[in-house]
Ligand binder design. Sequence first.
Ligand code: PHE
Ligand code: ZN
Ligand code: ZN
Ligand code: ZN
Length: 297
Amino acid sequence: AVIIFNEGQAGEGRADRRGVVGGTLGGTTVNLPVVGTTFAVGKELSAPGTVVTLTTHTEGDPKRRTHNVLAESRWGDPDRVAMLGAHLDSVPEGPGINDNGSGSAGVLETAIQAGGLQTRNRLRFAFWGAEELGLLGSKHYVAGLSAAEKAGIRLYLNFDMIASPNHVFGIYDGDDSDRTGSPAGPAGSDKIEKLFESYFRTARQPYTGTDFTGRSDYGPFIAAGIPAGGLFTGAEGVKTAAEAAKFGGRAGVAYDKCYHEACDTIANISDKALRVNSGAIATAAFTYAYSPVLPGG
Ligand code: PHE
Ligand code: ZN
Ligand code: ZN
Ligand code: ZN
């Protein structure tokens, strides 16, 4: 089953409210207190089975703390890391189930399934804080990497909004083949795009290229020259007639009409998009967990 990480958060995402959401990671129960738009976490995960202790912060404190949650496989070459990430925070206006409980759930499910596998390469999973405040968690993480740590990260995969109710299946356009104006990503990003394309063909699902301009947590990674890719099913943009013919759904309506709104609840999820995209996440993670050659070498 896919765990919707933000499920318990519905109606509790405001700065003056508290809630606790939970899930399991590597067999360990994880409870994340909701503090405003962020989650507060006591310590980082270093291996499956690590117990995470969580603390809340003072309600109404304008200076709030946010944390990234990182989980890493105990297996695989630590100098050859395939990294996956999703942001865990939402905006104050709503509970953030599609944005971004959906991506968090897909990455968490893959992390759980990967926990016991003796992979060739190292898998690292990131749940970012404060994406909505300007990619703060991912920027902080990349800024803190040494040159050697940066070189060890051979690719980064990002999942931000993967179950939009009026979805398309968008793949970040890492080679600028689909959209004029979207800059090509670091070398190797094209290979990630092609892997996702082959997944959708195998799954007999249509796909399209989508914005690769850095509007989510992969931005700091491509700025650092790390090849990246990811999936996106659409936000406030409006579905065209051509897209409705290709993907179904409703032309002239936003991909996610509840984007950054109170109605981004558990009802605001396409089960089909979540299912298909979760398969894409798992396929990419397991492919890169065993590949002798990775997009970043
Ligand atoms: N980062 C945006 C948000 O969280 C969503 C988004 C993702 C928009 C990818 C465009 C491309 O609100
Ligand atoms: Zn958002
Ligand atoms: Zn988002
Ligand atoms: Zn492309």
